[in-house]
Design a protein around this ligand. Sequence first.
Ligand code: PCA
Length: 333
Amino acid sequence: MRFRSMAAALLGALTTTLAAHAQTKWDLPAAYPANNFHTENLAQFAADVDKATGGKLKIQVHANASLFKANEIKRAVQGGQAQIGEVLLANFANEAPIYALDGIPFLASSYAEAKLLYDAQRPVLDKQLGTQGMKLLFSVPWPPQGIYTKKLINSVADMRGIKWRAYSPATAKIAELIGAQPVTIQAAELSQALATGVVESYMSSGSTGYDSKTYEHIKNWYDTQAWLPKNAVLVNKKAFDALDKPTQDAVLKAAADAELRGWKISQEKNDWYKNALTEKGMTIHRPHAKLKADLKQVGDIMLADWEKTAGAENVAVVQAYKKAQAAMPAPKN
Ligand code: PCA
C-alpha cells in the first residue's frame, strides 16, 4: 500500500474508534409500565438528550422494573450499576426524613401545594443525595392519591381488618393506624396480587389503578386527594461529571423541560384516568366528610411523629412549606 492511502486508512480507523468512544450509553431503570405517563416522559427526556447531543449520549429506559426492582434502583444508581434511574422518593422514608414528606396525608394535597412542598424540600433533597454521590435531575408527581376498595366505606373504621396493599413506609403506616392488614407490593407486581386476592384495598392514584387494571377486581375509588408522591430521576455524580460540558448542559436542559412537562401531563391525565376508570366500570366516589376527617387525623399523627425525630433542618422544610401554603391565593370554588 502506498504511504498516502495507508495513512488515510489509519486515519479512517482512528476516527471510527474515536467516534465510538465519544458515544456514551446510560441505562435508566424505571419501575412503572412503558405506557405510564412517567415512563413516556422519560422516553421523551432520552430522545431530547439524544437530539441535543447529536447522538453522543444515548439513554436507554428500562420500564416496569425490568432491570432493577423499584426499591433497588436508588442503590443501583448510587453504586454505578446504572448511571441514571427513576425512583419513588416516598419509598426511602426510612433512609432520611426528607423522603417521608412525600407520603403524609393532607400535608400537600393539590398540585399547587405539592409544588410548594417540592420547592421547600429541594435543597435538602439535593444535599442528601449529594452525600450519596447522586444528583437529582427532575421530579414529577403522581396524581392525587385516593382509596381503592371492594367494599363501600364512610370512615376509616369501615376499613378495619381489610387486606391493604402498601407501596411505601407511609402507606404501611396508614394501614397500621387504621387497623388494616398491610402487605407491601410494588406497582409491577400489583396486577398479580389483585388477581390472587391478597389485596382488597389500597391507596394510590387513578394512574396506577388504570395501569394495573384494578377495575377488574375492585369497583370503588374514593377520590380523597390525600397527597401527591413524586418520582425523581437521579444520576450518578461520577457518570455525570464524566460527560463533557455541552453534554452536561444538554442533560440539564432536557431535565428541566421534562420536569415542567411532567407536572403538566400529570395534572392533565388526572382527569383522563378518572374518566377511563369510570368507563371500565368503576365508581368514583366523593369521600364522605368523616372519611376525609379521619384521614386528616391520620396525617396529623404521622406528621407529629415525624417531627419528633426529623431534626431541625427537616422541620424547617415543613415550616417553610406551611408559610408558602398560607400565602397561597385561596382556591376559587
Ligand atoms: N402510583 C404508584 C405510587 C404512587 C402512585 O400513584 C404505586 O401505586 O405504586
